[in-house]
Ligand binder design. Structure first.
Ligand code: FES
Length: 106
């Protein structure tokens, strides 16, 4: 089964199985990684699923839509490799992707 590597805020990395067609947010929450709050349930309205994607994987992801860009613009921790995990639908070829959970905006 394909998997992704997720690093939580304490620096602990987990390899988690993914089901193609689901989002990275669903995969992380299904794996029980509590740092990713995903408060809006994937409706692109909270930004609590903010992650950093390993740079060389960014081009493999779906392009960022305006609403995702607008939400990330409100984060104090936005970087060039920031994405919202609920907007990233996973495919088989995302096997091995690495992501880390961004600090929480207060
Ligand atoms: S879960 Fe709320 S924006 Fe992603």
């Amino acid at each position: 089964m394909p998997h992704v590597h997720v690093t939580d805020r304490s620096g602990e990395e987990s390899a988690i199985d993914i089901r193609p067609g689901t989002t990275l947010m669903q995969a992380i929450t299904d794996a029980g990684i509590a740092d990713l709050l995903a408060l809006c349930g994937g409706q692109c309205s909270c930004a609590t699923c903010h992650v950093y994607i390993q740079d060389d994987a960014l081009a493999e992801l779906s392009p960022m839509e305006q609403d995702e860009d607008d939400l990330l613009a409100c984060s104090s921790y936005r970087k060039a490799n920031s994405r919202l995990a609920c907007q990233l639908r996973l495919r088989d070829d995302h096997d091995g992707l690495r992501a880390s959970i961004a600090p929480e905006d207060l």
